[in-house]
Write a protein that binds this ligand. Structure first.
Ligand code: ADP
Length: 592
């Protein structure tokens, strides 16, 4: 990474810090100055005190007064430092972490879904999402550390070099050795972290299997626990294979460092004893060097390590910054002007749409259709024929690999596809929120009415009435022990209510009745059929008996539209639709 980029990233994070906590840098700067002054005072005080006691026989009162003064000053400095680190910083860190999480969560949901198929993006996102936000203040902390170390270093250097240059020399050697060791360790750590990210994700998946109630139930009846234990063993083995060399290297380097430390300490003691015996230093100075040698070396180390530490942090900051700045999901524009040829009115025009998830095999092939947005449209076909993928392209969740989608809503103030659609997809999720918040998060007065309407629309009103806090009852037991678990069908109704409450001109429902009982299913389809005329519905279903009231049916086969027209037209054609419909009717009659 280039120097400019490294400092650019550090400044970017510091700018966020200043937005998250404007006082953080000021208060910590004061603390650094106070702390540095108190350290220098401490070094000087003990040396002078020991020499005073040994060589001048001072009065007890004089010692007591100087001790008291020293004690008061140091205690005040320590108290201030404690307040800063334990109260102020902890309070501000809460704000910083909150700011960071808000920023990352907001940004991460804006990114293109296609990005998730890239291992690099997932690693980057993993680093950014799982981080708590320390990198926002790390540059400020490094800079203040550099300032404090530089001042302390100059003071101790002055005191040490008066005695013998050898101590300064030894401190420099010790610091350089520590820097080399720690930078190698940090490099190794980062390399290991990058190599292990995929393993960590798999590990987390396995941990979750044995942690979440939803999986435990499944595992009990479908006993694949042993399989995952063997997968866990395989991952551990893989970890060891990938990290063996690096772990052994880390251990050896650590050992060499410790041996060098011991050697430097021993040589210091020998030189100090010689100087003391020769009367070239006082006992106070002997003690000062021994007690503060590590301190001097740590100051040098922090000065030398400033740049490498800033570089190391920048690697992680780059992941955070890349997530923030990487390409966003692009809202699709909706045309509001009336076209010269306005025969079609509000519609979605798809032309030669192709799509592939893996970049190799097309799941959709040259799909061309005009979907009138005042009509009820049914998208039907066998499993895997591309219905859901088609709908996801309409929603703008994926970008077509070829072809175009045009959204036209003449004379309606709809700016983009987000304002056009409400949707319930098959893989909906129920969150650890109240029923109401699962339907429409944090509603106002009007929102509450929309929630109630949505609850009635999906047929959940009876259930909500029986819940302890009605629509305010928390769902799932993940956050709250008393969280309520809904049945599969009730969860589906909640997801339908969510789509209904969003109240957009086009309601997309992907297999909305898959988990509903026959009565609920029939009621829902009736309600969908009776939705007001200005609302369009795109219903994805493999149950063709529900499509008889549709205005337009698109029959998908192998990623293409095989038949298209009104149900009556398709029945009279006696094609695939008619065949599938009559089979389903026969089955229903046989069941009845
Ligand atoms: P349908 O809704 O008609 O059942 P889908 O559109 O869900 O069909 O799927 C069409 C094909 O695309 C299937 O063969 C499926 O394997 C594939 N597919 C669906 N979703 C993904 C995905 N996220 N990644 C890769 N392939 C997918």
């Amino acid at each position: 990474m280039k120097t400019r980029e490294v400092f650019g990233l550090n400044l970017e994070m510091t700018k966020h810090l200043m937005k998250a906590s404007p006082k953080y840098i000021i208060v910590n700067s004061i603390d650094t100055v106070v702390g540095t002054a108190s350290t220098v005072l401490q070094i000087l005080f003990y040396q002078k005190l020991i020499d005073l006691v040994i060589y001048s026989e001072p009065s007890i009162a004089k010692i007591a007064v100087s001790f008291l003064l020293y004690y008061l000053l140091c205690s005040a400095a320590k108290a201030f430092n404690h307040w800063v680190t334990l109260v102020f910083n902890e309070k501000e860190k809460r704000r910083i972490y909150l700011y960071y999480k808000k920023m990352i969560y907001t940004e991460s949901v804006k990114k293109k879904i296609e990005k998730y198929s890239s291992e690099t993006y997932r690693n980057m996102l993993h680093n950014a999402v799982y981080h708590n936000g320390d990198y926002l203040y790390s540059f400020a902390v490094q800079l203040l550390g550099l300032m404090s170390s530089a001042i302390s270093f100059l003071s101790v250097l002055y005191l040490f070099q008066r005695l013998h240059f050898i101590f300064v020399f030894a401190a420099v050697i010790s610091a350089v050795k520590n820097c080399v060791c720690s930078s190698r360790v940090n490099k190794l750590k980062y390399e290991m972290h990058q190599v292990n990210m995929m393993i960590e994700r798999c590990n987390t998946y396995i941990y979750n299997l044995f942690y979440f109630k939803k999986y435990i139930r499944e595992l009990r009846f479908y006993p694949i626990g042993n399989y995952f234990i063997s997968q866990y063993a395989r991952l551990k083995e893989l970890w060891w294979q990938k990290n063996k060399k690096m772990t052994i290297r880390r251990g050896c380097e650590d050992l060499i460092c410790k041996a060098a430390d011991l050697l430097i300490y021993a040589s210091n003691v020998v030189v100090l004893m010689l100087l003391l015996v020769r009367g070239e230093i006082t006992v106070g100075e002997f003690s000062m060097v021994l007690t503060n040698f590590v301190l001097l070396s740590s100051y040098i180390e922090r000065i030398i390590m400033f740049f490498p530490a800033v570089w190391d942090g920048a690697k992680y900051m780059k992941d955070i910054s890349d997530v923030i700045h990487s390409e966003n999901y692009c809202l699709k524009e909706v045309k509001n002007e009336t076209a010269a040829d306005d025969s079609q009115g509000a519609c979605i025009k798809c032309e030669n749409l192709c799509f592939s998830y893996d970049g190799k095999n097309n799941v959709l092939n040259n799909v061309t259709a005009v979907l009138p947005l005042t009509k009820k449209i049914a998208v039907v076909g066998e499993n895997g024929s591309g219905k859901t993928t088609f709908v996801k392209l309409l929603l703008g969740l994926y970008t077509p690999t070829a072809g175009t989608i045009e959204y036209c809503c003449p004379d309606r103030h709809i700016k983009n596809n987000m304002e056009l659609f409400s949707v319930m997809l098959q893989d909906y999720r129920i969150f650890a929120l109240s029923v109401a918040d699962n339907i429409l998060p944090f509603p106002d007065e009007n929102g509450k009415k929309r929630i109630n309407d949505a609850i009635c629309f999906c047929g959940l009103e009876e259930k909500v009435r029986t819940l302890p806090q009605g629509a305010d009852t928390i769902l799932t037991g993940e956050f709250l022990e008393e969280g309520i678990c809904l049945s599969g069908g009730e969860q589906q109704k909640t997801a339908i209510a969510r789509a209904h409450a969003k109240n957009r001109p086009v309601l997309i429902l992907d297999e909305p009745s898959g988990r509903l009982d026959p009565l609920s299913e029939r009621r829902l389809i009736e309600k969908i059929n009776h939705l007001s005329a200005d609302k369009s519905v795109i219903l994805v279903t493999h149950n063709l008996t529900y499509t008889k009231n549709a205005d337009l049916v698109l029959y998908f086969e192998n990623g293409a539209i095989a038949e298209c027209g009104s149900p009556q037209q398709l029945i009279s054609c006696k094609g695939r639709y008619e065949k599938m419909l009559s089979e389903q009717m026969k089955r229903m009659e046989a069941e009845a």
